[in-house]
Ligand binder design. Structure first.
Ligand code: PBG
Length: 329
């Protein structure tokens, strides 16, 4: 039975009807806003050139930003740090008065308990070479030593949890880091803190603007020996399952838009909540086109976030979080 009996347009006649049959609904509760905290400064609110509307913030400004974001309806945040000084091992990642440690405390002051503060755990923002772990120069190429990096990540995770992080989110892509972090958190009496693992993280060109924001571009070589090959989908399922076996409470797919198929497949294979990171390059493309008047920013941003949710993500990390939450109110 088809046309003229079947007329799908009957269910699109007006806005109320369309809302009634809508399959996917975006909510402010789904969104996590990334924040960049710079240590050792005050009253800093410096816009990232390649990410209009995104700022490097001093801890006092983090407090203001969080209060404003909450007004808009955002209650979850993920923190990245810019340390005063970098070194070979990235010791700023576990400094007691480190950038994110201070940012977490400032955010807590503004938000109280009714907020979810996620701490990204990685070393690339803190190492002088810009890689996500202990560097190994092989002459022909540079790579990162896996096992010696694990205790450093664990140390950073404990320090961030002690500073008030509700969720620990390792983004380094070392093998075995979820287990190492889980063990260290438990030994420190932090067994109640969940791990959101960047389980499926591709070696992507879409991270370009983030590396300006976080000053974390590798000085030499790239991240292809630890981040995933964009050509691989089965490997994503393997990564997600391994991280869950190691103790991940939630898994992330990153980037989001060029990987909607991966979000869908991971969603179908695992039982834990799935997050997706609508990354800096995805944000910058929309902003750049909108600035030229080539697309309608709000409409396109909403459509993007909806597509990520429709693909199966429960949680979306996005620089559009404040605007989107405001619109959804
Ligand atoms: C750190 C990290 C990166 C992002 C999140 N955590 C960059 C990278 O791997 O180089 C990217 C986020 C974005 O592009 O918005 N390892």
């Amino acid at each position: 039975m088809a046309f003229p009996i079947q007329r799908p347009r009957r269910l699109r006649r007006d806005a109320s009807m369309r809302r009634l049959v809508r399959e996917t609904e975006l909510q402010a509760n789904d969104l996590v806003l990334p924040l960049f905290v710079r240590a050792g400064v005050k009253k800093l609110r410096k816009e990232v050139v390649s990410m209009p509307g995104v700022f490097q913030l001093s801890p006092d400004e983090v407090e203001r930003e969080c209060a404003g974001a909450r007004e808009d309806g955002v209650t979850s945040f993920i923190f990245f740090g810019l340390p005063e000084e970098k070194d070979a091992t990235g010791s700023g990642a576990w400094a007691q008065d480190g950038a994110v440690q201070q940012g977490l405390q400032a955010a807590r002051k503004a938000l109280g308990a009714e907020a979810t503060l996620v701490a990204d755990v990685c070393l690339c923002e803190y190492t002088d070479h810009g890689h996500c772990g202990i560097l190994e120069d092989k002459g022909t190429h540079v790579t990162v030593k896996n096992d010696p990096t694990l205790p450093l990540l664990a140390k950073a995770a404990v320090s961030l949890a002690q500073a008030g992080a509700d969720v620990i989110a390792p983004s380094d892509m070392m093998d075995g880091r979820v287990a190492a972090i889980r063990k260290a958190l438990d030994e420190a009496g932090l067994e109640d803190r969940p791990i959101l693992s960047y389980a499926v993280k591709y070696a992507s060109g879409f991270y370009g603007p983030f590396r300006d924001a976080a000053d974390s571009a590798p000085k030499k070589g790239d991240r292809a020996t630890y981040q995933m090959d964009p050509a691989n989908a089965r490997e994503a399922l393997r990564e997600a399952k391994l991280d869950i076996e190691e103790g991940a409470d939630m898994v992330m797919v990153k980037p989001a838009l060029a990987y909607l198929d991966i979000i869908r497949r991971v969603r179908e294979e695992v039982l834990v909540p799935v997050a997706a990171y609508n990354v800096s390059g995805e944000y910058a493309m929309v902003k750049a086109a909108a600035q030229r008047g080539w697309i309608d920013e709000q409409r396109v941003a909403h459509e993007m976030l909806l597509s990520i949710k429709r693909a199966g993500a429960d949680i979306i990390l996005t620089y559009f979080a404040r605007d989107a939450a405001k619109r959804l109110k």
